[in-house]
Design a protein. Structure first.
Length: 220
């Protein structure tokens, strides 16, 4: 299994993104949390900032949309040239249609579910997505502890991805750190969003390597 580490800039310095990007240049992708203050109770930044990040980032951008009007806005984020756009199943009226629209813009597409949301609709349409994101905290704020009960959904997603032979990444976001990443890897995740578990360290590149090594040896 190839392990991917996607540091979340929710834990970065919002006025020094270019500097902070350089400290994580060995990551696989940079995770960008777009929040509108409505779908989640936090507000980060929108389309102009993501477009600028795309110009300066040393690694591909993995954009996670936590916004209400995703059916009308997701394509605009994909049009900035980012590598991947993930939208929430709870925010879209038609998951398959939106996924095809995002892919039509040249971006990979992911679909995310909150801790309380069933995976049934997502798993029933796996081939429409490049990535499934299982949230292991309630989206909106960084620094929360991982919700252990969500790991069963990670196992469920892995089982179905393997059953149908889908080329789909399985991402986990929320409370990931060096103490649990091997266990989450053992549940079947291969792509890990880490915020304070990366940006809370002076040697961020070294911490990314450390997390990647930990996840490469899953515990069951």
């Amino acid at each position: 299994m190839t392990v991917r580490i996607h540091p979340s800039i929710l834990s970065a310095d919002f006025v020094n993104f270019e500097r902070d990007f350089e400290t994580i240049s060995n990551c696989d992708s940079i995770h960008i949390d777009v929040m509108d203050g409505h779908f989640v109770p936090n507000l980060t930044f929108g389309l102009p900032m993501v477009a600028r990040m795309q110009q300066i980032a040393p690694r591909p951008l993995d954009v996670h949309l936590m916004i209400e009007n995703v059916d009308t806005l997701a394509e605009r984020y994909a049009d900035t040239g980012v590598d991947s756009v993930t939208f929430h199943a709870e925010a879209s009226k038609n998951l398959v249609q939106l996924a095809r629209q995002v892919r039509g813009c040249g971006s990979k597409v992911g679909v995310a579910v909150k801790p309380s949301t069933s995976l049934d609709e997502v798993l029933g349409n796996l081939l429409e997505f490049d990535m499934v994101l299982v949230m292991t905290v309630e989206p909106g704020f960084g620094g929360q502890p991982l919700i252990e009960s969500c790991l069963q959904k990670v196992r469920q997603a892995r089982a179905e991805i393997d059953r149908v032979g889908a080329n789909v990444l399985l991402q986990v976001d929320g409370g990931i750190d060096e103490n649990n990443i091997a266990r989450v890897s053992g549940c079947g995740a291969d792509t890990f969003v880490a915020g304070s578990a990366v940006f809370g360290y002076v040697d961020r590149a070294g911490q990314i390597d450390h997390l990647r090594e930990k996840a490469s040896h899953p515990s069951f």
